[in-house]
Design a protein around this ligand. Structure first.
Ligand SMILES: Cc1cc2nc3c(=O)[nH]c(=O)nc-3n(C[C@H](O)[C@H](O)[C@H](O)COP(=O)(O)O)c2cc1C
Length: 165
């Protein structure tokens, strides 16, 4: 029937989509109580050059995203291939994810984690609902590359590294 999508198997959906590789970033902010907040994200993407916009998609179930949202800004930290531990630490819900993690504040105050490949400091431009996720648009305020190291890659539910040509 037109307009009626077939019921999709969740496992098949996840399996097929896991064949699309992503980078891994940690999206950070300073919450309303002055504490650093962060979450590992694979759904980060560049959106627009003029104006300069980027986006990421946090799950509605995320306990960290409301803290990021309330701050009105966030910093995207692009993880290097040797920073798998940071991805694991920032993908666990609860606890002090910044325990033992060295960082300095970006212009917005959001944490730039030591040793990341690159960082992008943003103001939240818009938050749209998208099924069980949100689409968060960020207007880029400042950004830099910290090292020419290789990025961390996530593919088929496994951390990968780029092979050099
Ligand atoms: C490689 C990787 C990519 C992830 N990408 C996303 C994402 O795009 N959106 C999201 O909501 N969660 C993503 N997660 C899971 C979140 O990091 C995790 O659910 C979140 O940190 C849970 O903690 P919270 O309750 O503090 O938000 C990803 C995790 C990993 C390991």
């Amino acid at each position: 029937m037109p307009g009626t999508a077939p019921e999709l198997d969740r496992g098949v959906f996840r399996h097929v989509l896991s064949h699309f590789p992503t980078g891994v970033v940690v999206v950070t902010a300073i919450d309303g109580t002055g504490d650093p907040a962060g979450m590992a994200v694979g759904s980060f993407t560049s959106v627009s050059l003029d104006p300069p916009l980027v986006a990421f998609l946090p799950a509605r179930t995320s306990t960290t995203f409301p803290r990021i949202r309330s701050s009105g800004s966030f910093c995207v930290n692009v993880l290097g291939s040797d920073q798998e531990d940071f991805s694991r630490a920032f993908s666990v819900s609860g606890g002090d994810k910044f325990d033992g993690v060295p960082w300095r504040p970006a212009g917005s105050g959001s944490p730039i984690i030591d040793g990341v490949v690159a960082w992008i400091d943003c103001e939240i431009e818009d938050v749209a609902e998208a099924g069980d996720h949100y689409v968060v648009l960020g207007r880029v305020q400042d950004l830099d590359v910290l090292s020419g190291r290789s990025p961390l890659v996530f593919f088929q539910s496994t951390y990968r590294r780029l092979s050099q040509p």
